[in-house]
Design a binder for this molecule. Structure first.
Ligand code: F0G
Length: 454
């Protein structure tokens, strides 16, 4: 699709602003930290102030859906007016990411006690998680800058995504993961896409520490979410969500919290849409963590977001097994700016919520299910009201962690003496070993039918 001069007239020029001291810098360095105070950087677009309100982007973005160009087929680059323009169109590395579905969750809505419940399924991206939306932007920058190596520390999804985009771009990728603490599905993706994969005897936070030193010593391009280009790409999921809702703002958006890049990205998107006049109010963006990996929950409850309380993380939702989140200050700003809240959920609550999302025919990985588990609590507390519209962000695909799912349904995930054992057992749908005859299969079906009617 060819674009008119008007379409391209207002291309943004990005600048980096420190989230701590507010200073503006032109270059980021390899660690993406403010040269003055060492805090994280974010990308800002000062020239947006000169745009009409709202700019004529919405129709343009919609029109691109019908275009065969790779850039337009990407659900990230379709929104390129709100992305940094320094990346040459021809240099973009895309796997046609984004364009993810927004599903109603009728049964989950009923059991939770809300009338309007939707799930934006970011697990439907090319490598099965939301990471692809940020990776396409940051990997394109790495390639344009001529890096031979890119690198990340990861609980599994970032590494899978980075490995894929690096391979597409003809770059090598270095992955640092906590040994024995990431799912086989994610580890196998990194291997298949050709990453140099190092399992370290530490947790995610330890991997991050090692990687920071590696990046300071040799020329590899860091692709964790401290890289502000990742955040810009991940932002587009919120623009796409609003497009899918015809720009009608939901009351609540609920996301899982790990390293806190995604909540920061989605919050930034809503602030920007309001600034541009694309929406008239903000949704409350709330962040849910696992009880055993709850640094943001503790930080908000114990000192109102003033100083990070790091924790030793432990949760079976391995994607969010993070105790020292890099983007916590950005996330605090999103909570404060949107009026959202934080909540934590137990391992059993995560597993039950995951089975419920599965039973709605959607499915997701454990870390994504914290959103539904958290919503249930927020409804009970009255923070979310029955008639309010809620969107859950499902971050990873069901098949990312089949071991968790199998163990849950076979009754092997929790000890038999768990206080919630009866409730867990009710949600379990383990396979049955049945004699190889039609009679036996029909009997099994009839038994199941009777049980479901009872
Ligand atoms: N959900 C999934 C499926 C994830 O993989 C992650 C993070 C999160 C939620 C949390 O997002 O970190 O932006 O707050 N996974 C990272 C990784 C850390 O290495 O794959 P966040």
């Amino acid at each position: 699709m060819t674009e008119t001069a008007a379409d391209t007239a207002c291309k943004p020029t990005a600048k980096f602003r420190c989230i701590g001291c507010g200073s503006i810098c032109g270059e980021t360095g390899t660690a993406f930290r403010c040269p003055a105070c060492g805090d994280l950087l974010e990308i800002v677009y000062p020239h947006w102030d000169a745009l009409p309100r709202p700019p004529a982007f919405a129709d343009l973005w919609l029109r691109r859906r019908a275009s065969p160009l790779p850039l337009d087929q990407s659900g990230v680059w379709r929104f390129r007016e709100i992305l940094p323009q320094e990346i040459a169109d021809a240099g973009v590395v895309t796997l046609r990411e984004g364009n993810t579905p927004l599903y109603p969750l009728p049964r989950c809505a009923q059991s939770t006690g809300v009338e309007h419940l939707l799930a934006k399924h970011q697990g439907m991206n090319p490598t099965g998680s939301f990471k692809d939306t940020g990776m396409t932007v940051a990997a394109s920058v790495a390639r344009q800058r001529g890096f031979r190596w890119v690198a990340c520390a990861s609980t599994g999804n970032t590494s899978a995504s980075m490995a894929a985009y690096a391979a597409r771009a003809g770059m090598r990728s270095l992955v640092l993961v906590p040994q024995g603490k990431i799912s086989w599905g994610k580890l196998s993706q990194a291997l298949d896409y050709g990453a140099l994969t190092c399992e370290l005897k530490t947790d995610f936070d330890g991997c991050m520490c090692v990687l920071n030193e590696v990046v300071a010593r040799i020329p590899v391009y860091l692709l964790n979410s401290v890289n502000p280009y990742r955040i810009e790409g991940q932002k587009t999921a919120a623009f796409e969500l609003m497009e899918q809702l015809d720009w009608q703002v939901p009351d609540h958006v609920i996301v899982p919290g790990g390293n806190l890049g995604n909540s920061s990205a989605l919050g930034k998107a809503f602030f920007e849409m309001k600034q541009l006049g694309l929406i008239s109010r903000l949704p409350k963006l709330s962040i849910i963590q696992a009880e055993g990996a709850n640094p943001l929950v503790r930080t908000m409850r114990e000192n109102r977001g003033k100083k990070l309380i790091a924790v030793h993380p432990e949760t079976m939702a391995s994607a969010i097994r993070i105790g020292n989140p890099a983007s916590w200050k950005k996330a605090v700003r999103v909570l404060e700016g949107t009026g959202g809240t934080v909540e934590q959920v137990s391992e059993a609550e995560i597993a039950l919520a995951k089975a419920e999302i599965g039973a709605d025919g959607i499915g997701c990985e454990p870390a994504s299910a914290v959103t539904l588990a958290g919503l249930k609590k927020l409804v009970k507390q009255g923070f979310v009201e029955q008639a309010e519209a809620v969107v859950l962000i499902l971050t990873g695909h069901l098949l990312k962690d089949p071991e968790f799912t199998l163990k849950f349904h076979q009754g092997d995930l929790f000890p038999a003496e768990d206080a919630q054992a009866p409730e867990l057992a009710q949600a379990q749908r383990g396979p049955m070993v049945v004699e190889a005859s039609a009679d036996a299969v029909i009997r099994t079906l009839e038994d199941a039918d009777m049980r479901s009617e009872a």
